[in-house]
Ligand binder design. Sequence first.
Ligand SMILES: *Cc1c(COP(=O)(O)O)cnc(C)c1O
Length: 398
Amino acid sequence: MSALYGTYARSDLAFERGEGVRLFAQDGTPYLDFHAGVAVNALGHGDPHMVAALKAAAEKVWHTANTFTIPEQERLGQRLVENTFADACFFTNSGTEAVECAVKTARHYFWAKGEKDRYEIIAFTGSFHGRTMGMIAASGNDHYLEGFGPPLEGFKHLAPGDLKAVEAAITPKTCAILIEPVQGEGGVTAMTAEYMRGLRALCDKHGMLLILDEVQCGYGRTGKFFAYEWSGIEPDIMAVAKGIGAGFPLGACLAKGEVAKSMIPGTHGSTYGGNPLASAMGNAVLDRMLAPGFFEHVEKMGQRLNWHLQQLAQRFPSQVLELRGKGLLAGIRIASPVRDVAARLRDEHHMLAMTANENVLRLLPPLVVTEAEIEEAVGKLAAVFEAIEAEAPSKATA
Ligand SMILES: *Cc1c(COP(=O)(O)O)cnc(C)c1O
């Protein structure tokens, strides 16, 4: 019997080592990893540069409090600022803390300007912002809220995609809009560039802040450093995590200087956030990602994945209902129960894939995936669909 909380429906599978896009189970069986620990293992497993960086950092100071200067953190912040819309960063240990910091930053910005009642945030159905009390309220999903008492006040939820509905929901209390440019958990729904530009315009018109949650879709996942780049707009605040440490727990809240400036000593903090060890790993990730050609590779592999999935959709029109997502955050809405398909992929074909809401199979390979590995994965998917159709030929043609 396990000594752990029963919060996860865990498989018995345990992995011992990894190499690139492969994970090796305790009995040595290789698995093709299109799960990447929920979009975290951006550089795959056992990346030599990451391993060397971790060993080097282990020989130095692991941790000091944020009351001292942390040169590795200064450098990581500087590199993020140079490569994004932002002027300032706050480092966290996780995605949910990064979004939490984004919400606190937005509320405090208006409070410091004397607009003390302006704390409401428009967020969206189908979103996922993490599991703290604050962020389950921001997500607004009853499934996560139920049983935990009164939710944090100040979030209004709308279905994404309708700009008129957003404008109608704005009141003098509204301080910001919070959105994932590509909803991950909710069903791999990518917002259009037009919609993102529309949200930016509404924020400008009403003096509100645009907060992006790029915890899952950022850090190269869509083929650009951040997904907002596709729409040509800039947010005021952005939460990032997952790929930022490529497996080392790290997150960050990025903001424009004007917005971050009210976050003075005492307004926020974290014991571990951006400590020397975490920041060294964050810098090692950037060494790899900011190298010439990295994002171009992701964009190209995203296009190849999409092309192969289109072929799959043509071959199995009764199984593949819709292709979703962007780049290497791909969703396939399927006809068969998605949990069964993911379990068959894992148990019969030794491939790891994720699920998302709306019966969507979610593919998030490490960003270093090759086309041969993509073909292998899509071949395994085809084998599963073939077996399903063979078992129920009447259903497949219905
Ligand atoms: C995973 C995720 C979070 C929460 O991140 P944690 O590291 O689990 O706290 C928040 N927002 C989005 C979009 C995510 O995908």
